[in-house]
Design a protein around this ligand. Structure first.
Ligand SMILES: NC(=O)N[C@@H](CC(=O)O)C(=O)O
Ligand SMILES: [Zn+2]
Ligand SMILES: [Zn+2]
Length: 427
């Protein structure tokens, strides 16, 4: 007999409405979605969801697992366990690990490492250039053939226009996206936070927003010329949103993501030299934060991605001048966004799930992910929208506790996460 499981008495979204439902899972796939209490429970296993929200498993196209190379910060195991805790069932791993998976052999080894340890689906990014720096392109065709989701040098921008141009030409032929950490090094000026009123007040070196916007402007021009799909990581500046909006209006194949922290915080939240608020790109001005939300609402920005970037407590205890850039995020993304944007009515729950699941799956062609429909793999997240919890160090399954949201009390806790019908997180 085929393995059958009933998730009974949940609630799912139909349009903007939450509707009571049962979800039946047979042999790892969603086999039936029906009215609450109506599914035949016969000799099936049953989990009573007690009215919790049943969502398609979330999809995060931007995570850092530090494995191999810095496994004191995170491993593929702990990073994907953290993702499961956050309701993510598919994540994409950045290639800024050591060694960089920049040859077909190293890339294949990285895929094997992911397969050996991961508790959720992991898509792997290949770097654009050897060592993720400089101008020597990787073997695009071989990496694509091995299954690279896309190419990115995340952690650093591609400095030379010609290198980006050649990379996009190859990506266009292969039909694989270029995913850009947009940062012109010559415009960063050794900064550690957004250059503006607050950096001047705190006496900390500032990063001008143009370091992001200028490179995105260059790249949308190259994307238009090559026909490549160009996706921008962690958009942070109002100027960048304007460039992207114009590019989309002109028919350029461009997509973009924004992080929860850039949507929920701005540089005015930095009240002292505190490295929990140090990330790249930095938190912008309040006007940048407003422009990011407006960009998401009008479709200029397609999705939300966490940029989960664990670092050690000792590193993050340093001054912003010395600490590394990056914060964790895959365990707090849904609860923070639900609590701070959905509950006050700024966005709807349906919009949030679109940005955290459906759109990223659609943009990156992950056909098995992002939808709660019959026939799909049972990649499911269940959230308790009512109960609140406080973010403390014990909250995290990640090895990294470097979060500016420590101490926040949030609703929208994950009750259950399953991948292909197998429970990978349960509260
Ligand atoms: N976002 C960050 O501040 N840091 C990321 C790199 C990156 O995403 O650019 C990291 O790997 O630590
Ligand atoms: Zn980046
Ligand atoms: Zn990143």
């Amino acid at each position: 007999m085929m393995e059958r499981l009933v998730l009974s008495h949940g609630q799912r979204l139909i349009g903007d409405q939450l509707v009571a439902c049962d979800v039946v899972i047979t042999a790892g796939k969603i086999s039936q979605i029906s009215d609450a209490g109506s599914a035949d429970t016969g000799d099936s296993d049953v989990i009573d969801l007690q009215g919790a929200f049943v969502s398609p498993g979330l999809v995060d196209v931007h995570e850092h697992f530090r494995d191999p190379g810095e496994t004191e910060k995170e491993t593929i195991k702990t990073g994907t366990q953290a993702a499961a805790h956050g309701g993510f069932t598919t994540v994409a791993a950045m290639p800024n690990v050591l060694p960089v998976p920049d040859t077909p052999e190293r890339f294949a080894a990285q895929l094997q490492r992911n397969a050996d340890q991961a508790v959720v689906h992991v898509q792997q990014y290949a770097p654009i250039t050897q060592g993720r720096t400089g101008d020597q392109l990787v073997a695009f065709d071989q990496m694509a053939a091995l299954g690279a989701m896309a190419f990115t040098n995340d952690g650093n921008g591609v400095q030379t226009a010609d290198t980006m141009y050649l990379a996009m030409q190859q990506a266009a032929v292969l039909g694989v996206p270029i995913v850009a950490h947009a940062e012109a090094d010559s415009l960063v000026h050794g900064g550690v936070m957004h250059e503006g009123e607050i950096s001047r007040k705190l006496g900390l070196p500032g990063i001008p927003s143009v370091s992001e916007t200028a490179q995105v402007a260059r790249d949308v021009t190259l994307a238009a010329a090559t026909g490549a799909h160009y996706h921008v990581c962690h958009v942070s500046a109002a100027g960048t949103v304007a460039v992207l909006r114009a590019a989309k209006q002109n028919g350029v194949a461009v997509t973009a993501e924004v992080s929860p922290h850039h949507l929920l915080l701005n540089d005015h939240d930095i009240i002292r030299d505190d490295a929990q608020f140090k990330m790249n790109p930095p938190l912008g001005a309040p006007t940048d934060q407003q422009a990011l939300l407006a960009g998401l609402l009008d479709g200029t920005i397609d999705m939300i991605a966490t940029d989960h970037a664990p670092h050690t407590a000792a590193q993050k205890a340093q001054s912003m001048r010395q600490a590394p850039f990056g914060i964790v995020g895959n365990e707090t993304a849904f609860s923070l966004l639900y609590t701070k944007l959905v509950r006050p009515g700024v966005v709807s729950l349906a919009q949030l799930i679109d940005w955290l699941a459906s759109r990223p799956a659609e943009v990156f062609g992950l056909s098995g992910a992002g939808r709660l429909t019959v026939g799909q793999p049972a990649d499911i997240a269940v959230f308790d929208l009512a109960t609140t919890e406080t973010v403390t160090p014990e909250y995290f399954q990640s090895k990294g506790h470097n979060s500016p949201f420590m101490g926040e009390t949030v609703a929208g806790q994950t009750v259950l996460t399953m991948v292909g019908g197998t429970v990978v997180y349960q509260r």
